[in-house]
Write a protein that binds this ligand. Structure first.
Ligand code: G6P
Length: 605
């Protein structure tokens, strides 16, 4: 989703801005642009293609400058067209980039049009550029502080002015923005990774902050205009520009990295203990009476799986809510609940807002399972477990999901332990199974050739059903999500027992029905559900545990996983579904790592 880079320096900053944009590409975007202060004027270049294309435009035009801003845009208001791409200018005086959504843009647009401003785009961003220009006092920092008071919604902005050549001003509310502190130069960006190699001295701006960047100084004020001290942290950001190696796509690479990612997530875990989640975890885990999980997308399905684990192992009631629903719902707050947010990026706007909503209702026992240690989510929660999946580039989440599940299983065990519900033998057995997970996942990855054969057939379909039961129902949901995200095949997942209450009407010979079939307590029930499908001519594609005694027959295609892996089985069963989606998408020729309309990090509502 939208990415911002800004710089004020005494050297040509064009390569820094473009490199920053490249590092933000993984977030997903559909256009990009850069604006520089050149010879007392604003100059810009924009592209509806990739950052590499923008780079060649900039090179051709010989653009260079000491002050500037750059942006990758993920369209919300207005199509992904060049005139909607940022930076937006106002009266050739103000240049501005924005991440977020301004909710009162219509009202401001009407007001600014009446004042004579001519709009060139359909964006809400251009409104801010004109607003800043209309309020300009000769001091950009002061002006931006006043202008943002008129904005409703979410924003991170970077702005500079033709008349103040060595200054860039930034502000944030609801969207991420960081300051990179250099020597005689300063920077802004959406995340620290964008500035890797330029500076590792990072300030995470807080909600409402406005920052003034000049060559030798930076100055931050909070939402009420008071000077704000913000910690400068040394951040060793990964560049994310990991080599693809033998893989065709990041998604494939990330699927195959799962054994390592799970091992890294478990590194140093020699015993189950609440302290794995933070110093205060024991006291918090001791007093909570329920768990509320908040997340979006794939992370939400990790949360649904965790519900099965926590209730079964720790006997604590769990609610799992989609963050964008919870944040606006009139729910019944329970101050004794443990609020768990799950997020790969730690920057998802809805999940952050849901967390804020929970806190505003006195639900202060907060824990996050997150892949980015420096993210807003980690900073805003009392407790955290950092998954060590490494940078995930593919928009469709894979290794982040299985590492989230790994951390959530540890959470279930820790909660059980604090309640005296985990014997030493059980702890030892679970830890042994967890340690063996990387090897078990490796064995599942070896099924790739068989999955490729299925993917050929799937690539010719337009619909698919996924079935699972119990803790494998969320795995079916995740499998369907993967398939629709990257292959654009319509896919839906159902708890297999629910089939007869509706989706059975869709089953014909044309409908592939993917079945997640672990050899657990529900296997006989599942077999009956499979019969219901066969009786209607549906084609079953079954991922069965080796010991589940399901064999191939007419209309029943079976790929065998290793023997049943007990409670941790969901972590194994999701892997073939990821590979099925990947190879189906590959066969259909879609842009696997950057599927249409989707973004990696959804920092707007
Ligand atoms: C986007 C991504 C998904 C991800 C979801 C939640 O939709 O494309 O892969 O699951 O956001 O993101 P988070 O970073 O909060 O886990």
């Amino acid at each position: 989703m939208c990415g911002i880079v800004g710089a004020v320096a005494q050297r040509n900053i064009t390569p820094i801005l473009l490199q920053g944009l490249k590092r933000l590409e993984y977030r997903g975007y559909d256009s990009c642009g850069v604006a520089l202060h050149v010879d007392g004027a604003l100059t810009r270049s924009r592209s509806t293609s990739r950052v590499a294309d923008l780079e060649s435009q900039v090179e051709k035009a010989g653009l260079s400058g000491f002050t500037g801003i750059a942006h990758t845009r993920w369209a919300t208001h207005g199509a992904p067209a060049s005139h909607n791409a940022h930076p937006h200018f106002s009266r050739e005086r103000i240049a501005l980039v924005h991440n977020g959504i301004i909710e009162n843009h219509d009202e401001l647009r009407a007001e600014l049009s009446a004042a004579g401003y001519v709009f060139e785009s359909q964006t809400d961003t251009e409104v801010i550029a004109h607003l800043v220009d209309s309020m300009y006092t000769g001091d950009l920092f002061e002006t931006v502080q006043q202008a943002v008071k008129r904005l409703h919604g979410a924003y991170a902005i970077a702005v500079f002015c033709r008349d103040e050549p060595h200054r860039v001003v930034g502000a944030r509310q609801g969207s991420p923005l960081i300051v990179g502190v250099g020597k005689g130069e300063n920077f802004l960006a959406s995340d620290a990774m964008a500035l890797a190699g330029t500076t590792d001295q990072i300030i995470y701006l807080e909600e409402g902050d406005v920052v003034d960047l000049q060559l030798q100084r930076y100055w931050i004020v909070d939402g009420s205009g008071r000077p704000a001290e913000r910690e400068v942290r040394t951040v060793h950001a990964h560049t994310g520009a990991a080599e693809l190696g033998p893989y065709r796509h990041y998604m494939q690479k990330e699927i195959f990295e799962q054994p390592r990612a799970i091992a890294d997530t478990l590194e140093g875990v020699t015993a189950v203990m609440p302290e794995l989640f933070g110093d205060k975890a024991y006291n918090i885990f001791k007093k909570i009476d329920s768990v509320l999980i908040l997340a979006c997308g794939t992370s939400f399905y990790a949360g649904v799986t965790a519900k099965y684990w926590i209730e079964a192992i720790a006997k604590i009631p769990v609610n799992v809510e989609i963050a964008s629903e919870y944040r606006y719902r009139e729910s019944v707050p329970n101050p004794n609940a443990l609020v768990v947010t799950i997020s790969q990026s730690g920057e998802t706007a809805d999940t952050l807002a849901a967390l804020k909503h929970a806190r505003s209702q006195d639900m202060l026992n907060t824990l996050t399972i997150c892949n980015v240690a420096t993210s807003a989510m980690v900073r805003e929660c009392k407790l955290a477990y950092i998954t060590h999946a490494g940078v995930e580039v593919g928009v469709a989440s894979t290794k982040a999901f299985t590492t989230q599940l790994t951390a959530l299983f540890l959470l279930a065990l820790s909660l059980a332990q604090v309640r005296g519900r985990l014997s030493e033998e059980e702890e030892a057995a679970h830890l042994k199974a967890m340690r063996h997970l990387p090897a078990a996942v490796t064995a599942v990855l070896a099924l790739e050739p068989q999955i490729i054969a299925w993917a050929e057939e799937f690539s010719r379909k337009e619909n698919a059903l996924f079935l699972g039961r119990g803790m494998h129902y969320p795995i079916a949901l995740e499998g369907a999500l993967k398939l629709k995200e990257i292959s654009y095949i319509h896919a839906e997942a159902y708890p297999a027992g629910e089939l007869k209450h509706g989706p059975l009407a869709l089953v014909t010979q044309e409908m592939p029905v993917v079945t997640v079939a672990p050899n657990d307590a529900l296997i006989e029930k599942l077999k009956s559900n499979m019969q219901e499908v066969r009786a209607r001519g549906g084609q079953l594609y079954v991922f069965a545990d080796a010991d589940s005694r399901i064999s191939s027959s007419e209309g029943v295609h079976v790929i065998r996983l290793p023997e049943h892996y007990g409670m941790l089985s969901p972590i194994l069963h999701v892997v073939p579904l990821q590979m099925l989606a990947y190879h189906t998408a590959l066969a259909r020729g879609t842009d696997v790592d950057k599927p249409r309309n989707l973004a990696k990090s959804v920092t707007v509502e």
